[in-house]
Design a protein around this ligand. Structure first.
Ligand SMILES: NC(=O)c1ccc[n+]([C@@H]2O[C@H](COP(=O)([O-])OP(=O)(O)OC[C@H]3O[C@@H](n4cnc5c(N)ncnc54)[C@H](O)[C@@H]3O)[C@@H](O)[C@H]2O)c1
Length: 438
């Protein structure tokens, strides 16, 4: 099939490259001309394991193309994906202006070509929203096209939320737990089924509004699980239990399951924080106050602060302390630092007077933060009064801890991700502080 993808971020580029890998012919468009130039040269603008190989394979096979011109995506494509960002506004509401811009752009191109082509008929288009958007966005996109005079029989708007995870995005796209397709007519359902047929995946068909909510509800549920476990960890510290043991005991219950039970310093990234507040806002705008979402969000806002207090308590204040921070990305296997707890923690420690040296396997700079970057974890810890573990990269799980101890000025490890065993760390002679393990 001929596919267009608008937006070449984590979702758009993975979608485009993977669909091309499945044999479709895909044109990816981005308004960021620098990004498009990079992509044309075969360079991937962000870190995502396996993506470069997938892109190169499809470019070489002439199934994947890049452009910054919307027209080049729209005219030939049978299916057009919208995969642009929907960041939070100051009040938490999702900013859907990029989705609206794209919808207006599509409508304009279609209108121009629809009126020109009384001879050659404009083909049927399925416009698929992959961006995470508030319930009702499908109707808004449909209205934009209708207002431009595009006949309803010429297009369908579909909601097909994306569930990939940064760090394993290619594999998640190729082996999804499920594909959700929200549409209002069978022709669109059938086209999307055909598009995804090579994945042999479980596809569920829903209304557009249900599909839109499935995405928010899924992310909000996972975020709530994390906040719940962080609260359990905080209770563990008060009562003397160990949250890792508690999580193991809970996770073996099939009704609960093992995933997303790790306590830590709070969730971050470009999805959970914004999707929880966007859902809260959506509910409020319909006259409903969600107490659970409110609590999940508040608990998350507290968790990184509790960690900073732990650092201060362990070091007798942060003022004048030289601290190494290991890990900057919001989770391992990605370079994404959007809403990363690391940034909030470092900012607060700098405000408190600490001097920070950081190391991350892929993040090599953070704009706007006054910190030194080290070339490797050992350089980062050299001469420091403590090291704090912020992202659970595998590299940190395998550190030579004897060497770390010999390089640190004081043998203090404050672990926000429970990477190490408290017993082992104490036996090695560290002052070791972690989360939910007294
Ligand atoms: N990142 C994730 O893990 C993830 C997972 C599932 C869903 N989502 C959702 O998918 C959407 C995209 O997320 P992302 O992380 O890929 O965003 P991103 O910020 O990485 O990429 C968005 C891209 O869209 C481009 N863009 C913006 N406006 C445009 C326009 N008018 N025309 C053309 N291109 C335009 C930007 O230049 C950018 O390259 C969001 O709604 C997000 O919530 C993200």
């Amino acid at each position: 099939m001929k596919i267009g993808v608008i937006g070449t971020g984590y979702v758009g580029l993975v979608t485009g490259a993977c669909l091309a890998d499945l044999g479709h012919v895909v044109v990816c468009m981005d308004k960021d001309t620098r990004r498009v130039k990079l992509l044309k040269k075969g360079e991937i603008p962000f870190y995502e394991p396996g993506l470069s190989e997938t892109v190169k394979r499809s470019v070489k096979g002439q199934r994947l193309f890049f452009t910054s011109k919307l027209e080049e995506v729209i005219l030939d494509a049978e299916v057009i994906f919208i995969a642009v960002g929907t960041p939070p506004k100051a009040n938490g509401e999702a900013d859907v202006s990029a989705v609206i811009d794209v919808a207006e752009g599509i409508a304009k191109v279609l209108k121009k070509n629809h009126s020109k082509s009384s001879k050659s008929e404009l083909g049927y288009k399925v416009i698929v929203n992959k961006s995470t958007v508030p319930v009702g966005m499908g109707d808004i996109v449909t209205d934009i096209l209708k207002k431009r005079g595009i006949p309803e029989k010429k297009f369908a708007v579909v909601s097909n939320p994306e569930f990939l995870k940064e760090g394993s995005a290619v594999s998640d796209f190729m082996h999804p737990d499920r594909i959700v397709v929200g549409a209002s007519n069978n022709r669109a359902f059938n086209l999307l089924s055909e598009l995804y047929r090579p994945l042999n995946a479980h596809i569920i068909f829903t209304s557009i509004k249900s599909a839109e909510l499935i995405k928010y509800a899924s992310n909000a549920f996972l975020a709530t699980r994390i906040s719940f476990m962080n609260e359990i960890a905080n209770i563990c510290e008060k009562v003397g239990s160990d949250v890792v043991e508690v999580a193991e005991g809970m996770g073996l219950d099939k009704r609960i399951g093992k995933a997303f039970l790790n306590a830590g310093i709070g969730y971050g990234g470009s999805c959970f924080p914004k999707d929880v507040v966007a859902l809260l806002h959506l509910a409020q705008s319909h006259g409903y106050d969600s107490r659970i979402l409110e609590a999940a969000n508040q608990a998350n806002e507290e968790q990184w602060k509790i960690f900073v207090e732990k650092v201060e308590a362990t070091l007798g204040g942060a003022d004048g302390k030289r601290i190494a921070v290991l890990g900057l990305s919001f989770k391992p296997e990605t370079d994404d630092t959007r809403e990363a707890p690391s940034i909030k923690i470092i900012k607060r420690l700098i405000d408190l007077g600490a001097e920070i040296t950081a190391y991350d396997p892929v993040v090599k700079k953070v704009v706007g933060l006054k910190l030194r970057m080290a070339a490797n974890p050992y350089d980062a810890v050299k001469g420091k009064q403590a090291v704090i573990m912020v992202t659970e990269w595998n590299e940190f799980k395998q550190l030579d801890l004897e060497r770390v101890k010999s390089l640190l000025k004081e043998p203090v490890v404050i672990d926000g991700r429970n990477i190490y065993s408290p017993v082992k760390m104490r036996n090695l002679g560290f002052t070791y502080v972690s989360v939910g393990r007294s």
